[in-house]
Design a protein around this ligand. Structure first.
Ligand code: ADP
Length: 172
């Protein structure tokens, strides 16, 4: 099971997994951080699909996830999820973050995706403490992989050394 979960350090927009996950905001209209990087690298197609989803269902609530194509990215798809803004931890943040991971994995499983890569959802601008977020991510992904056949492989993407060390601690 553990061989289906690995850690990679670097830029998520370069990965050739079937899908990469975007830490989006509720508007789905793009933003800074990994969201900005994904839209820049993927081109206008992704934003056009996000606008269509917005017109249909009015954006994306925290904890939920939606699917678009990957535009010009090496990944075929982008799964956009909206993490919770950290407000001290007593406002349901852990449950919402766990729901992000589960809902992205559910989409990946429904599509029978081979592989999916996650950035540290909420750990940038949204201020979720990185160690706690790494524990939630690892717990939810392990739980999913123990009970589902798809996706075959999950990648945790660490943008810096600190994040990589935190993920590696979770996996040992
Ligand atoms: P949020 O608003 O959910 O906090 P951010 O985009 O601000 O989202 O940050 C989420 C995480 O993504 C942070 O840990 C940040 O270091 C990381 N990150 C930013 N750019 C990239 C990238 N190109 N590839 C992988 N991770 C990235």
């Amino acid at each position: 099971m553990l061989t289906r979960l690995r850690v990679v350090q670097g830029d998520i927009t370069k990965l050739t997994t079937t899908a990469i996950v975007n830490a989006a905001n509720s508007s789905l209209l793009g933003g800074g951080g990994v969201d900005g990087a994904i839209h820049r690298a993927g081109g206008p197609q992704i934003l056009a699909e996000c606008r269509a989803i917005r017109a249909r269902q009015g954006g994306c609530r925290p904890g939920e996830a939606v699917l678009t194509s990957g535009g010009r990215l090496p990944a075929t798809h982008v799964i956009h999820t909206v993490g919770p803004v950290w407000q001290g931890g007593q406002r349901g943040e852990p449950n919402l973050l766990a729901a992000c991971y589960r809902n992205c994995l559910r989409i990946a499983a429904e599509q029978e995706m081979e592989s999916v890569a996650f950035p540290g959802i909420s750990t940038g601008i949204y201020g979720y403490p990185k160690a706690e977020a790494a524990a939630v991510a690892s717990h939810e992904i392990r739980q999913w992989l123990a009970t589902h056949e798809w996706p075959r492989e999950v990648v945790l993407v660490a943008f810096d050394d600190e994040a990589r060390v935190l993920y590696e601690q979770q996996l040992t």
